[in-house]
Design a protein around this ligand. Structure first.
Ligand SMILES: Nc1ncnc2c1ncn2[C@@H]1O[C@H](COP(=O)(O)OP(=O)(O)OP(=O)(O)O)[C@@H](O)[C@H]1O
Length: 807
């Protein structure tokens, strides 16, 4: 704590800043409100100010310019409105707590030091000459995170600035009043961090802006690497740092980077809601958030039903050892590998010579163009042309073929039938309907020649003849043409979408037999149990379904054949829980987002999926992805989430995991063995009541699988436990309360107290489940309770008994 005089000085300054903020807000307020009304008014009257007339080319042009002009006025007002609005919002955000830190810095060569107050955004005094508050993302503010008092330095666009930090101070301010002030040169340890971490869990993740640690700051401000890998122990602040990094990037590149050019892949849909408030809290717009599954489904469209990663993990966790199980695991691993990616690339080369599969184009139970015809046309193109380009040529050829077939089709009997079927009235109706439809569609999409043609013909007739609906031969012709065109439309659409390529067949062909696979892919080594892997994959495909592990390879093959569909808009890709992605999936992401930098956050200690990627070892495929020169690797070992006792317990589950507890103490994890399921439920009920009485209101009963969650939920509800919430993979929002949740869905989130529903040797017996168990236990911030009705899992049996209490 600082002395009374300093305290008073700080409070005086705070009053000054608060006053400044208030008057700026008051100044902006009427302007902001007025502008808001003006913009709303212009929007409302937009069409009144514009005269729409498209009768002649001149009128059309005039209309066009009048719209443009109106648009320019509107966007200018909106821009200025937005700027003021932003300023107003950030002042409002600063008001209750304008800053959280201060450093006094004396630059080398200067005789005075400058006081730099740091907050969530900048605030300049009335004459615009000096910063009363610096945004935490400014270069000078980086010293606050990187140094203790003494020699310090920071980077500016003009070069490095060095000097001495004379003072480093932290503040807690509430509603314009100083609550606490700490000088870090005087206190040992980090009191503010202690205080922050001692609090209860929130339903939403918090911003860590005031207490960012040095190694986290390195993640946040890394702006050089194409690939930034963060391997960090459970609770070390990976996700927190990632979100601060997004805010930093948006600030640093505010002229050219927009929030929607940043994508975060999260582990499950519920996680999206968990982290959704951090950026708005910092005054930033949210980036795009999605799950890999959602993304895969988007690309796959409705072609196949895709198994989701949770179905896959349920299978891995619940199935018993068998031939089929071993093969599936071996398949998952192989399909996740770089070797399989190479195999697919070689396969695409082979397809350039032979083996392409097409789907014939059928119309009214006839084959209009056969798969064979397509194949021979396809291989008639010069073989030096890339596979995907030949597909484009084939598509153009098919569209031309369809045009000539369409012409021939007009003579067909069914067309005549359809025409005959119409009586005069219907005829007229159909005619004008068709015409309207063409006008409408073409107007929406394009003024293509089709429209001009049809419309021109209609106009011609209208002028030449007295009665538009004089159903002469010409009209009949026009009408049959329209009828056939209408019926051919879906065919054209399918051709344009390349649906004539049999991608499912092509993927299936890969798994036909050993010899063929070797020939097609040049692969010499096949994974163990290959015949069984082939059988399983083919069976699934025959049901028009895809295993989760096949999704990325399938899409990759599709792209190799059809040409890559890339997203060049996205500049930064964040992958959270990166250890759960396969090397194959990372390679796929790299290809999908060619202009994006990647930030991958993960913990190999929590790798619960069989296709996991080691993020940080020397042979990590992730380092190879962009090469060592373009990759930075940062490790976080300090765990902020859990108390020292919980960290020591979880650490002993995974001795290889580097993890250092933050000095915050609590009760040791406690183990509770009950004679029966009912007794366990009764005990859990008691414990839940006690935890709530202690003030913990974010509690999770964590189970191994979804089935176990359902069971626990039912048993505990029957026991009289109130307001439990069962979480499934479909749950979208994360809320406070008592949740019953499978471990793999609890990834990334945290709770005041965690109750491991069944820590028996029956439930956790495979070595491969160690990391799942570890992940479940590391969700706890303050309390960890474990239950069993039988023997404890071996992971606990092997543990030093001093690490827990038995109750
Ligand atoms: N510098 C910090 N200041 C205050 N709190 C922090 C800091 N770093 C992390 N925390 C807190 O520690 C907890 C864990 O952080 P976070 O969820 O980001 O960790 P993680 O590494 O992503 O964890 P996991 O891999 O286990 O999901 C959160 O409550 C977060 O607010």
């Amino acid at each position: 704590m600082i002395n009374a005089k300093d305290w008073q000085q700080e409070q005086d300054r705070l009053d000054l800043v608060t006053e400044g903020l208030r008057s700026t807000i008051a100044e902006l307020e009427p302007e902001v409100a007025g502008l808001r009304d003006q913009v709303a008014d212009i929007r409302k009257r937009f069409w009144e100010e514009v005269t729409v007339n498209t009768s002649t080319d001149e009128d059309f042009e005039e209309t066009f310019y009048s719209i443009k002009q109106q648009e320019a006025v509107l966007s200018e007002r909106e821009r200025s409105h937005q700027l003021r609005m932003q300023r107003w919002k950030s002042m409002k955000r600063l008001l209750p707590s304008p800053y959280f830190g201060r450093i006094d810095f004396q630059e080398d060569g200067l005789s005075v030091s400058e006081q730099i107050y740091i907050g969530v955004s900048s605030f300049v005094d009335a004459d615009g000459m000096s910063f009363l508050v610096y945004d935490w993302r400014t270069p000078i503010a980086s010293m606050y995170y990187d140094y203790s008092p003494g020699e310090s330095t920071y980077e500016t666009p003009g070069g490095q600035i060095t000097g001495t930090m004379m003072l480093k101070r932290q503040y807690q301010i509430r509603d314009g009043q100083l609550q606490n002030v700490f000088d870090t040169s005087l206190t040992i340890g980090d009191e503010l961090l202690q205080q922050v971490l001692g609090k209860g869990a929130d339903a939403q993740m918090k911003s860590i802006v005031a207490t960012i640690q040095k190694e986290q700051n390195a993640i946040i401000r890394n702006d050089k690497s194409r690939m930034l890998i963060v391997q960090g122990a459970a609770g070390s602040g990976k996700t927190s740092a990632a979100l601060q990094r997004v805010a930093y990037l948006l600030y640093k590149h505010r002229d050219r980077l927009k929030a929607d050019q940043i994508v975060l892949f999260s582990p499950n849909p519920m996680f999206n809601s968990y982290v959704s408030t951090v950026l708005p809290e910092l005054g930033e717009e949210n980036m795009q958030q999605t799950t890999f599954q959602e993304y895969l489904e988007y690309w796959l469209g409705s072609t196949l039903r895709l198994e989701d990663p949770f179905e896959q993990i349920e299978y891995v966790l619940t199935s018993t050892f068998s031939q089929a199980y071993e093969s599936r695991l071996s398949g998952i691993q192989y399909k996740a590998s770089e070797a399989f990616l190479q195999a697919l690339q070689s396969y695409a080369l082979w397809l350039g010579k032979e083996g392409m599969l097409f789907r014939s184009i059928r119309f009214r139970d006839r084959e209009l163009i056969t798969a064979e015809q397509m194949k021979s046309q396809f291989y008639s193109y010069d073989s030096s042309i890339r596979l995907a380009n030949r597909v484009v040529l084939l598509r153009e050829w098919l569209l031309r073929e369809l045009t000539s077939l369409e012409r021939k089709e007009q003579e067909a009997l069914w067309v005549q039938d359809e025409l005959d079927y119409l009586d005069n009235e219907q005829y007229a109706e159909a005619y004008s309907e068709l015409l309207k439809k063409y006008q409408r569609e073409e107007a929406v999409f394009d003024f293509t020649k089709q429209y001009v043609e049809v419309y021109g013909e209609f106009r011609g007739k209208e002028q030449g003849e007295e009665n538009v609906f004089d159903f002469s031969v010409q009209e009949e012709e026009l009408l049959s043409r329209m009828i056939v065109k209408e019926h051919f439309k879906p065919l054209r659409r399918e051709v344009k979408r390349l649906m004539f390529i049999d991608v499912i067949g092509l993927y299936d062909q890969l798994f036909s037999e050993d010899a063929a696979y070797r020939k097609m892919t040049n692969e010499t080594e096949l994974p163990e149990r290959w015949p069984e892997i082939c059988k399983q994959t083919k069976e699934k495909l025959s049901r028009i379904e895809l295993f989760y592990e096949d999704a990325a390879p399938f899409l990759c093959l599709k792209e190799l054949v059809e040409g890559a569909r890339t997203n060049t808009e996205v500049r930064h890709l964040f992958v959270d829980e990166g250890q759960d992605y396969s090397p194959f999936q990372f390679a796929f992401l790299k290809q999908l987002f060619p202009r994006a930098r990647m930030t991958v956050l993960g913990d190999f200690g929590q790798a619960i999926f069989p296709q996991a990627t080691n993020l940080h070892e020397a042979d990590s495929p992730l380092i190879r992805l962009y090469g060592e020169g373009e990759t930075s690797l940062i490790r976080l070992v300090r765990s902020y989430r859990s108390t020292r006792e919980i960290v020591e317990f979880t650490k002993s589950l995974l001795p290889s995991e580097e993890i250092v507890p933050f000095q915050r103490s609590g009760r040791k994890p406690y183990l509770s063995k009950a004679g029966s399921g009912e007794k366990r439920a009764a005990r859990i009920k008691e414990d839940l009541a006690a935890l709530k009485a202690e003030g913990f209101d974010s509690i999770a009963v964590i189970t191994k699988t979804a089935a176990e969650s359902r069971e626990a939920y039912e048993v505990l509800t029957a026991q009289g436990c109130e307001s439990l919430r069962l979480i499934t993979k479909e749950t979208l929002t994360f809320e406070k309360g008592t949740l019953v949740i499978p471990a793999y869905l609890a990834k990334g989130v945290e709770f005041d107290a965690v109750l491991i529903y069944d820590a028996s040797s029956q439930t956790y017996h495979r070595e491969s489940e160690r990391k799942l168990f570890y992940t479940a236990c590391t969700r706890a911030m303050h309390r960890l309770l474990l239950y069993t009705t039988g023997e404890w899992t071996l992971f606990i049996q092997a543990m030093d008994t001093s690490l827990y209490e038995v109750v």
